[in-house]
Design a protein around this ligand. Structure first.
Ligand SMILES: Nc1ncnc2c1ncn2[C@@H]1O[C@H](COP(=O)(O)OP(=O)(O)OP(=O)(O)O)[C@@H](O)[C@H]1O
Length: 302
């Protein structure tokens, strides 16, 4: 697997507590990686270490296949980030604020219009920033982060404090980045629903430890409990499935399938129909992702 970012045993201890403990973060190239955890879980501390803003107590960070400790300047050239709400000169326009940053980054002027186009701020670029909504200010921050054509974009809670329309705009913007610009995105959030809607893979951190890391589909599969099948002549249908070695239960005339993937469910349905059974219902008894998330993070409390 081609990881654009990989940490090994990443740990940060403050005098009284361990904020990040033995983190093995793996971000595949081209993904939107949702870094999810309750407030105080250690997301910002991790992100600060990934950006070289804070020194780890132990462990290492590899980005673009290079060690952050050794190749910091080179690596940071390929990263764009939005870590805190950016501060602007309120009496200058969005364009003028961005222009000041462009000069620091040292990219050609034509890049200004490109990034304003990406974040959809072209129409308001010549208005003063003091009239911008928080969402517009955040998108201007992303425009600045995109100036140097980053391969990796790191966003710490970019939707915090935004109103619903601001959240939708931000979400749409982030979703376009991998496909249209070949970027990989790391986005942190304390809201599962947000990660569920934006990310393609996810890591869940709780009390400084990574408690889950996989694709979003795998995370959703965790939320799947069991499939119930309502069939005619259900007792015989159950015996037929059991004889075939399916992991199934039978209760009150209903057949339940445990731990079945979509493909396995399709296979069971197909074989029942082929055998001549009438299938009335195939239903999923589902715990919500939110339940799973709460369960995972509260387990750590126990
Ligand atoms: N400079 C510091 N000195 C001491 N403790 C710190 C420092 N920075 C963070 N911490 C502690 O480390 C833990 C993790 O904090 P962190 O800000 O990384 O969490 P977070 O997941 O980003 O949460 P939030 O979303 O609330 O910012 C917290 O308990 C916090 O109090």
């Amino acid at each position: 697997m081609d990881y654009i970012l990989e940490t090994k045993g990443l740990t940060k201890r403050f005098s009284s507590e361990t904020a990040v403990e033995n983190l093995e973060m793996k971000i595949p190239k081209g993904e939107i990686y949702g870094f999810l955890g309750p407030n105080g879980a250690g997301k910002t501390t991790t992100i600060r270490m990934l950006l070289g803003l804070m020194k780890p107590s132990s462990g290492s960070v590899k980005i673009f296949g290079q060690d952050l400790n050794k190749e910091k300047i080179n690596i940071l050239k390929g990263i764009g980030s939005l870590v805190e709400s950016p501060s602007y000169y309120p009496h200058l326009t969005g364009y003028e604020n961005l222009e000041a940053l462009r000069k620091i980054v040292g990219v050609p002027k034509y890049r200004m219009n490109e990034v304003l186009e990406i974040v959809k701020l072209k129409d308001v670029a010549h208005k003063k920033v003091k009239g911008y909504s928080l969402g517009m200010k955040q998108r201007l921050g992303i425009a600045a982060a995109l100036l140097n054509h980053p391969k990796l974009l790191i966003l710490d809670e970019p939707t915090n404090g935004l109103d619903p329309s601001g959240i939708i705009e931000m979400r749409d913007l982030i979703k376009r980045l991998p496909a249209e610009y070949g970027m990989t995105v790391l986005i942190s959030s304390h809201l599962l629903s947000e990660i569920d809607q934006i990310a393609t893979s996810a890591g869940i951190i709780s009390k400084g430890k990574m408690i889950f890391q996989d694709t979003i589909e795998a995370m959703r599969e965790h939320a799947q409990q069991r499939i119930s099948l309502k069939v005619n002549d259900s007792h015989h249908a159950y015996q037929f499935l059991a004889a075939k070695g399916e992991k199934a239960d039978f209760q009150d005339g209903i057949i339940y399938l445990d731990d079945h993937t979509d493909k396995q469910v399709a296979r069971v349905v197909h074989s029942l129909v082929q055998e001549g059974y009438s299938l009335y219902r195939v239903e999923e008894e589902k715990r919500s992702l939110e339940d799973i998330f709460l369960q995972m993070t509260s387990k750590e409390d126990a």
